[in-house]
Design a binder for this molecule. Structure first.
Ligand code: G6P
Ligand code: MG
Length: 216
């Protein structure tokens, strides 16, 4: 059995639900271009970087734009997104997270954030969790988004542990794939019908014990 030394957490959809804010902001942008995006389509954007998301959305709307305009659109979407994020408080932390971290802290297991978001630190500060991680790998530290394993491999490296000693918590299909490619076990947050490749799937962290995760 693998020894477990570290837990690596995705942010959006695991610690907080910012996916809904991303959706509102991307939808607003799509609407200004004359098309709409569905909630089901939004699922495919989870864990995908800002520019990759924009390219997928433009392809969905059948719109081709020069690079400069795309950068402007991405910046505008981010402004709208940050307006929504600025209203977040610790009350937005997802069910079970606070208790799970409380249990985790007494076990000596190391923790890292592994998010593609460039806004990760700002969000952690808003919800009062910036000091909860031994390492923070975010969109400013990586060159490739999920499903590339870079974000999680960097997390393990910064914590000084090997991939086999890590468990990743993820809500996105792309994130589960990234963790698997990094050689890590996974706890999928969501539905087993969607997160088919996760080692274990739970609806949220409520009632999940650190010991259960360690023995996956
Ligand atoms: C996370 C979210 C994605 C988002 C990405 C980049 O992975 O799941 O939906 O596009 O972060 O976020 P950012 O805050 O940098 O635009
Ligand atoms: Mg996520």
């Amino acid at each position: 059995m693998n020894q477990t030394k570290a837990f690596l957490f995705d942010l959006d959809g695991v610690i907080v639900d910012t996916a809904v804010f991303h959706y509102i902001a991307w939808r607003r942008m799509a609407n200004t271009l004359g098309f709409d995006i569905s909630e089901a389509f939004n699922e495919t954007l989870k864990g995908v970087s800002r520019m990759d998301s924009l390219n997928l959305i433009l392809a969905e709307g059948g719109v081709t734009l020069p690079e400069e305009t795309k950068l402007e659109l991405a910046a505008r979407k981010n402004d709208w997104y940050l307006e929504l994020v600025s209203q977040m408080t610790p009350a937005d932390i997802l069910p079970g997270v606070t208790d799970f971290f409380r249990e985790l802290k007494v076990t000596g297991i190391r923790t890292a954030l592994g998010s593609v978001s460039k806004n990760a630190k700002l969000i952690l500060a808003r919800i009062g969790m910036l000091d909860q991680f031994d390492a923070i790998i975010d969109g400013t530290k990586i060159s490739k988004g999920k499903p590339d394993p870079e974000v999680f491999l960097k997390g393990a490296e910064e914590l000084g542990v090997s991939p086999a000693e890590c468990v990743v918590f993820e809500d996105a299909v792309a994130g589960i794939e990234a963790a698997r490619r990094a050689g890590m076990r996974t706890v999928g947050i969501g539905s087993p019908d969607v997160l088919t490749d996760a080692t274990l799937v739970v609806p949220n962290l409520t009632g999940l014990s650190v010991e259960t995760v360690c023995t996956l």
